[in-house]
Structure formats: C-alpha cells, structure tokens
Design a protein around this ligand. Structure first.
Ligand code: N01
Length: 543
C-alpha cells in the first residue's frame, strides 16, 4: 500500500488509492484522519462543497443537536477536546459546522478530499481485487478498500404528491436547506411533517411568517430541551477528567448520558406520587434521557402508557385549545419513534397565526398552484417546507449504485432488507466497509461515538490485514445471517417494532419493514472487540 501522494486539487482526482471514502461528514473526516495515521493513501468524495455532512445540509431554522455538545464531539484527540469550547448545552447547526471545519483544518484533512462530486457507481473487480468508483465529474478512482461514510440520515424522503410541479410558490426540504437561509417574513407557510426537524423549525418559522399551517400525520412526543449556555464549572470538571467522562458514556446502551444513568426501577415498582416525581425530575432536566426514568418503558405496554400519559398531560397543560391539545397528544408507544427535544414547540400552537391540520385520516391529496389540498379543502400558502425526513440507514448506500462480486447490485442483495455482519460489511461486497451501517447501534446512540468506534475498528482491521498478508475480507454467510437474526431478536424483546418508525423503514413507501439499528451500544462494542481478537471471526479473509 502506497502513502498519500500530496495535495489533491479540485477535479484532479488521484486514480489509485488504498481507500476511497464516500462522504466527508463526521465519518468520512475521521476515516481520512485514520488513513493518515496508518500511512494509507485515501480520497474522500463529497457531494457538498465542504465538510460536515448532516450539519452541512440541515441548515433549517432551529437546527441543533439534541445530544449535549460536551458529548457530541470527537474524542480521538485529547488536545482537540480541551481546546474546543461549546457555547450552549445543545449546539446549533452553525456551531457544529464550524467545529467540523476546524477539525478538517487542524488535521489537514482536505488535502485528501474532493468536493462537489457525487459517486455514480462503485464496482468490485475480483480479478484486480479492487474497487472502481465513478463520479459525476467523469473521474474513475480505483481503491483496494471502499468505505461508505454516507451517513444514516442523508438521503431525503420527499413524498411525491399529485400536482407537485404545479405549485407556484417556494418549496424546501429541511435536509437540503439553502445556504443563505429563507426569509418567511410576510409569507404564508406550510410545514409538512412533525418529527425532530419539524419540531425544531416550527416555533421559529411561526415567529416570522404571516401564517403557519402545520400538517401533522402522526403526533410526536417531545420533552423540553431546557437549553442554555454551557455551565462553565461543569465543563471544567468534565475536561479535567475527559477520559473518565468518555468511558462512562461509552459504557451505556446509547453511548451518551453516563453521568445521568437510567434508574434501575420499573414503572409500577413505585407508587403514583413517587413515579410522578421521578418523571418530573427527568422532564425538567434530562433531555432524551427522559425515558431512563424507568427500566421498562420500552418493554412493557402498561408501563409505556403510564409514561406516555404523563407527557400527554403536559401537552394538555401547555396547549390552550383542548381540541388542538388532543390532536397534538400522541397515541402511539412513547419512544418507539425517536423522542424529540423542543423549545416552545407545543406552545407555538397557542399563537393566533398557527393552524394545525391533522392529516392522519385524510392524507394530503395533492398540491395545487396555490397550496395544499386535503379533506376537501385548499390551504393557500406561499412556501411549503417538507420536514418529511429521510430514507434512513440504507437510502444513501443504495443510491450509490454499488456492485459487488460478479456484478451483484447492492439494491438486489438488500431487496428484502439490509443484510450485514456487525453493520460493517455485507456478503458479496468484499473490502467494502459501512460506517454505522444497518445492524449496528448507529442511530440509537450518540452518532459521533459510534462513528469513531467503527472507524477505529475498520482501521485496525486494515492494519491487521496488512500485517497478516490478507488482501480481501468479506462477511461469512452464516455469520451474517446469524447477526441479522440477532438484531431482530433483540428488537423483538422491546416495543420498538410496534409503530411505523423510520427505524423500520415504514416512512418510505415500498421499503421492506425491517428493524435496522441494533439496540445496545456497550454490548455491541464488546462483540466487535471479541471478533477482532479472534482474528476477525465471522469474516472470510484471503490472500
Ligand atoms: O424526520 P422524521 P426528521 N404526509 O422522519 C411526516 C434526526 N434529527 O427529519 O410520523 C404527511 O422524524 C412524518 O409523519 P409520520 C433524528 O434522528 C435529529 O424530523 O411518518 N406527513 C413525520 O412527522 C430524527 O429522528 C435532530 O406519520 C408526512 C415527518 O414527516 C431524524 O433525523 C434534528 C408524509 C418526518 O419526521 C429524522 O427527523 C433533526 C406525508 N406524505 C433530525 N411523509 C437533532 O439532533 C412524512 N411525513 C435534534
């Protein structure tokens, strides 16, 4: 394997490297750094014109992370952790993007990245033991390894409505927001979708627009963010023992919140008053760890409903119009769809310029030249914001037009749902690694922690292959099938499969209904370490 060849200018793409990386978000960036550490030549190919991935594209009003900023950052460099200061408990999108740019600069990552370039095809050649990657700029890059660092939530899901092309106003998707922002002043705005992106943007759009109409198909559970400036005393404590802080977080099931562990107590082990008090404590301060008030919220229907009713009561207490409050009070299992954090979301529906339209029973029928038509009525608007989410976890892999051994298309291999071993590789696609792929904890964790764990594992694996004279690695068929069954079995013990979440692909028409992420980060890490120690047990390695 040859070392990096030096500065790569835009469009002058190296034709042969050790590792091609698709994407320059947090996963692609760290993979480039890992290649530098290992002396591997690499090239990251990125569609956007800068690093940042999710945080490059999702620039909608209110976009911010709902994992505390002290945790949502890289841990590979102690100096970086000590030097970077986050201004708020939950960082905004611009601040996270600045952080990504800082990391790229500080570790000289851009010398091995090309921007404004989309991968149009990646094909494995068995004879050459090489991946050939084509781009929309006409380049062909060959590499021994292909690392898909395309992100779990990067392929936009924009529903097609009849009349889409007749609408004469502006249309935006939260996941690819204009760089110079959108001014809603004096405009009538529709927001379609009430997941995390909708909940974050709706309160801010309402403050600017003349009128905001929110089209809600499923009501969403959200807990207050209680965001604010970072507590400098707490931050100093964290930084003083940063290794301990990281270790405590990594020992949890979701790779964050180690200093605020889940209570090891079930909902009905305590009496009503105590139960309420435990929920109140978490409601006020714990963010996404609200569900950790009890240990059986996602196991027992009855316990779940008790916690869900607590949130429904909160919503009824905030929203003045009882009919609107009832529509906003979710009926499904709490936590089954991703819990949200918000700032003034429910209270926004007390504003006179905000209307909630329930499309759960009367779906949006069509777009008209002047607005949105549903339930026999046209809602006239100037702007439509699609906060309709993503083709999660598999969308961006499948879009990349990947062909493995004997021309096997990934779309065909995964036609009944994604198949992976450890979420890191899929059989038939030798030397292709997925960062936070389906079958790994990924979206159920602090993503940056999972990204680093995967990239470290991939780096170690490549290093091991180099040292042991192996050129090709691929998941064993049985190991893969056992792993897929294991991921499903774990999900089956919980209430996760009981609603139409994007974890199951249920938000994209026609997508196979398969629970994609693995529950339980710390156990997963132990399994990955054990596999590596046992000479990559469950993988076929060849010379
Ligand atoms: O997308 P979503 P998102 N007609 O899929 C609705 C992460 N994230 O972009 O629930 C009408 O959650 C859909 O309705 P339903 C985070 O992991 C993190 O908001 O399918 N409505 C739903 O209400 C998050 O979970 C952060 O019935 C339609 C909404 O659109 C993930 O990204 C911030 C529809 C989509 O919600 C995705 O969040 C933002 C239709 N035809 C995102 N189609 C933070 O860190 C879809 N919908 C804070």
């Amino acid at each position: 394997m040859t070392p990096v060849s030096g500065q790569i200018a835009q469009r002058q793409v190296t034709s042969n490297v050790d590792v091609v990386i698709v994407g320059a978000g947090f996963a692609g960036m760290y993979m480039v750094h890992k290649c530098h550490e290992l002396g591997l030549s690499c090239l990251a190919i990125e569609k956007g014109d800068d690093v940042g991935g999710t945080w490059y594209w999702n620039r909608y009003p209110g976009a911010r992370c709902d994992v505390p900023s002290l945790e949502y950052s890289y841990q590979f460099s102690e100096d970086l952790q000590r030097d970077w200061k986050w201004s708020e408990k939950y960082a905004t999108q611009p601040e996270i993007l600045r952080y990504a740019q800082h990391v790229a600069e500080r570790f000289d990552l851009k010398r091995d990245m090309v921007f404004r370039t989309t991968v149009t095809r990646a094909a494995w050649s068995d004879d050459e033991q090489t991946w050939h990657v084509d781009t929309d700029q006409g380049d062909v890059v060959s590499a021994h390894f292909l690392v898909m660092a395309t992100g779990c939530l990067s392929s936009a899901n924009k529903p097609q409505f009849p009349g889409d092309d007749t609408f004469t106003g502006e249309m935006y998707h939260t996941g690819s927001w204009p760089h110079d922002g959108v001014d809603f002043t004096g405009k009538r705005v529709a927001v379609i979708g009430t997941g995390s992106s909708g909940l974050q943007s709706i309160p801010l759009i309402a403050e600017q627009a003349t009128h905001l109409t929110v089209f809600q198909r499923t009501a969403t559970y959200s807990v207050p963010a209680n965001n604010g400036p970072n507590d400098s005393e707490y931050e100093s404590q964290v930084i003083a023992d940063i290794a301990g802080f990281r270790a405590r977080n990594s020992a949890t099931r979701s790779a964050f919140g180690g200093d605020f562990p889940a209570n090891d107590i079930s909902v009905f082990e305590v009496e009503g008053d105590e139960r309420r008090q435990l929920l109140e404590e978490r409601w006020g301060s714990s963010g996404l760890l609200f569900l950790g008030a009890f240990n059986d919220v996602l196991i027992s229907d009855k316990s779940n409903n008790e916690v869900a009713e607590f949130v429904r009561e909160k919503i009824r207490g905030i929203v003045q119009d009882p009919k609107v409050a009832e529509l906003l009070a979710p009926k499904q299992t709490i936590g089954c769809k991703r819990l949200c954090l918000d700032t003034n979301y429910y209270a926004t529906f007390n504003r006179e310029n905000v209307t909630l339209v329930d499309v759960s029973t009367s779906p949006i029928e069509r777009l008209t030249p002047h607005g949105v038509f549903t339930d026999g009525r046209e809602f006239e608007v100037d702007v439509i914001v699609f906060a309709t989410g993503f083709d999660a976890m598999t969308g961006s892999f499948l879009k990349a037009n990947i062909h493995g051994r004997n021309g096997l298309a990934l779309t065909e291999a995964w036609s009944a749902g994604p198949l992976t071993y450890l979420g890191l590789n899929t059989r038939g696609f030798p030397n292709m690694f997925l960062v936070t792929g389906p079958g790994s904890p990924s979206v159920l964790t602090n993503m940056i922690v999972s990204i680093e764990q995967h990239v470290n594992w991939i780096g170690d694996c490549i290093d091991y292959m180099r040292a042991s004279g192996h050129r090709v690695i691929e998941a064993d068929e049985q190991a893969q099938s056992d792993w897929v069954n294991y991921v499903n079995m774990i999900a089956g013990y919980t209430l996760f499969p009981t609603c139409n979440s994007w974890y199951l692909g249920a938000n994209v028409p026609g997508k196979p209904r398969v629970f994609m992420p693995l529950l339980g980060y710390s156990d997963y890490v132990a399994k990955c370490e054990q596999v590596a120690k046992a000479d990559y047990q469950g993988f076929e390695l060849s010379a």
